[in-house]
Ligand binder design. Structure first.
Ligand code: ADP
Ligand code: ADP
Length: 225
């Protein structure tokens, strides 16, 4: 599903954020990317979403070399993936329904089909009863669930999340991670950047460890204890 081949990234100002990174993630895997602040976790995710481009090396997503995707190809590429952010990035003045519907509107899905899929997504995250509310009235954990519903509403093959539990307490964090594991159960590939080692250990999934942009460990789920 994902292949990084000798990928390096240097931002215009600064040292290398990623150095000769190589790894492979199979379809349906759930993988944590961890490491200290500045290790390169966000940069890795940004290369997958074509928010940034590598300085050297090749990123392949679903058989496609991302280096061959031009600006006009980015929207189609992004439809393959759902993104979840730490700060959820919801439109606070629109309803929960409208927030989750947005990717489908952009993709040109007809209204009836949109309504069906939005309700299915809200049902999966346990928020069907809140569809008419503005997200501002929801708790932080509920807002993050809306962000997850928006990320999965278009049924992406890949779900990526950057510190999705960064603002949540341990119990809510565990519930959110369990939700990601549920999506893995139904076949979605899931990649989550997180520095929460306690939480990562509890999930017992593969863990890629970055340090100053280098891959220093790649632990299989069975090795995580
Ligand atoms: P993490 O997500 O692990 O905290 P990042 O990928 O955000 O790490 O950052 C990796 C390194 O790249 C850090 O040294 C950071 O300061 C630098 N960096 C990230 N984004 C930019 C940018 N837009 N411009 C310059 N340097 C950046
Ligand atoms: P995250 O928590 O996702 O790692 P940061 O708080 O490190 O993000 O960075 C927030 C934003 O600032 C990101 O878009 C990142 O690319 C950018 N950024 C991070 N480090 C630098 C830097 N040294 N110079 C310029 N931009 C940076």
């Amino acid at each position: 599903m994902i292949r990084f081949d000798q990928v390096s990234k240097r931002y215009a100002a600064g040292q290398e954020a990623l150095s000769q990174l190589s790894f492979h993630i199979a379809p349906g895997e759930m993988v944590f990317v961890t490491g200290h602040s500045g290790a390169g976790k966000s940069t890795l995710l940004k290369l997958l979403a074509l928010i940034e481009r590598p300085t050297r090396g090749t990123v392949t997503l679903d058989g496609q070399n991302l280096g061959t995707v031009g600006v006009r190809g980015i929207p189609r590429l992004r439809r393959k993936l759902g993104m979840v952010f730490q700060d959820h990035r919801l439109l606070l003045d629109r309803s929960v329904f409208a927030n989750v519907e947005l990717p489908l509107v952009i993709a040109g899905v007809p209204p009836e089909e949109r309504a069906r899929r939005v309700r299915a997504a809200l049902d999966k995250v346990g928020l069907l009863a809140y569809e008419k509310q503005p997200p501002a009235l929801l708790s932080t954990g509920e807002q993050q669930r809306v962000g997850i519903a928006r990320a999965i509403v278009a049924k992406p093959a890949l779900l990526i999340a950057d510190e999705p539990t960064g603002n949540l307490d341990p119990q809510l964090s565990l519930e959110i991670m369990q939700l990601f594991a549920d999506f893995q159960q139904v076949g979605t590939t899931v990649v989550i950047a997180s520095h929460d080692l306690m939480l990562i250990k509890r999930m017992k999934k593969r863990v890629i460890v970055l340090d100053h942009g280098r891959l220093i460990a790649d632990l299989a789920a069975e090795e995580v204890a």
